[in-house]
Structure formats: C-alpha cells, structure tokens
Design a protein around this ligand. Structure first.
Ligand code: TYC
Length: 100
C-alpha cells in the first residue's frame, strides 16, 4: 500500500538519524581501590566528585553501575581508556558496554 510504503520510508529516515546508543558500565572487583574508581569516574566520565562517589558505592554494593550512555565509537573509547588506565595503575578494574 502506498501509504504504508511512504510511512516506512519516513521511519527509515528517522532511524538513520538516530544512532544506536551504548551504556558503559564499570564492574566491581575486590582489588581496585575506591579512590581509583572515583578518579576514573571524574576523569573519564566527567562526573562531579559527589556523583562519582555515589556511583562507585553503587558498583561496590551491587556489582556494576552505569557510567554513561554514548554512541558506539565513544563508548568503545571510554572502555579502552578505563582498561588502559587500570592496567597502568595495576588494578583489575573492568568496563563493559551494552547496547541500550
Ligand atoms: N570493591 C572495591 C573495594 O572494596 C571498590 C570498587 C568499586 C572496585 C567499584 C571496582 O568498579 C569498582 N576496594
């Protein structure tokens, strides 16, 4: 049907303009210091000290926590930055990304 074809073309155009978004989460572990996680949240995810502390505690208590939502490339970069910084500082901190 003409109307439906038109609608689906319009829908396709709208979907092309909205990229998939990805959550970046930090995972808890027993060895990374709380201070390092707070610094990571401030430096890489641009959180205030207060927000960073709240998010760190949530991760510590529940296993993981949302740090931000980004396009694929930015999310991949954030994950890589966390892993590089953790490795450099000899902490096993892990970050993962999940499609929203
Ligand atoms: N559980 C860690 C500790 O007790 C702190 C921590 C919090 C580690 C968040 C990782 O993503 C993390 N030192």
């Amino acid at each position: 049907m003409i109307e439906n074809e038109f609608e689906s073309e319009v829908k396709e155009e709208i979907e092309l303009k909205r990229p998939k978004m990805y959550k970046v989460l930090l995972l808890n572990d027993d060895y990374t210091s709380m201070e390092f996680v707070v610094s990571t949240l401030m430096n890489i995810f641009h959180k205030s000290e207060e927000d960073a502390y709240t998010i760190m505690l949530r991760i510590h208590n529940s296993g993981s926590g949302l740090c931000g939502v980004y396009t694929n490339e930015i999310a991949e970069t954030k994950v890589a930055q966390v892993l590089n910084s953790a490795k450099k500082n000899k902490f096993p901190l892990r970050a993962v990304m999940e499609e929203e």
